[in-house]
Write a protein that binds this ligand. Structure first.
Ligand code: HEM
Length: 116
């Protein structure tokens, strides 16, 4: 079974970039222990768009689904939830103004040849 890639696409205004990155640098770090978790990257746009990509890769769709329903997911989003709930994150509101989930299956992957 191929791994699956789940990308959360966050729309972040220029003013909120720093705040978003600050939240991620203080992230809970619990996704690392989720069953079936394979990879995470926070990708900052450098081509003038306002969309950050939260790239994650999982052993299977079921593993991803289990994580989104877990306490670890809630804990990993505690800051975002609390600050959204209060209507202010450091007086500025939620860091992302939108979120969209993209789903893929890994068809091929490769890295550099050994010794290259
Ligand atoms: C409603 C949509 C979502 C928003 C606005 C959002 C935003 C955020 C923010 C701001 C953080 C930083 C930590 C914090 O502030 O608490 C975070 C953490 C994270 N988000 Fe999301 N997120 C959403 C849903 C998702 C989904 C569907 C995924 C799946 C790809 C995802 C993947 C992650 C991961 C892997 C972390 C790090 C958690 C850890 O360290 O354990 N997020 N998210």
């Amino acid at each position: 079974m191929p791994s699956v890639v789940k990308i959360n696409v966050l729309t972040v205004s220029a003013e909120m970039r720093e705040e978003l990155e600050r939240r991620f640098s203080g992230r809970a770090g619990v996704v690392e222990s989720a069953d079936g978790f394979e990879w995470f990257e926070l990708l900052r746009p450098v081509d003038g768009t306002d969309r950050y990509l939260v790239y994650t890769r999982w052993r299977s769709d079921e593993d991803f689904k289990r994580w989104t329903e877990s306490q670890a997911f809630q804990r990993g989003h505690a800051q975002a939830a609390a600050e959204a709930g209060q209507g202010h994150g450091h007086g500025q509101g939620p860091a992302a103004s939108g979120a969209e989930l993209w789903s893929f299956e890994v068809v091929q992957s490769t890295g550099p040849a050994p010794g290259a």
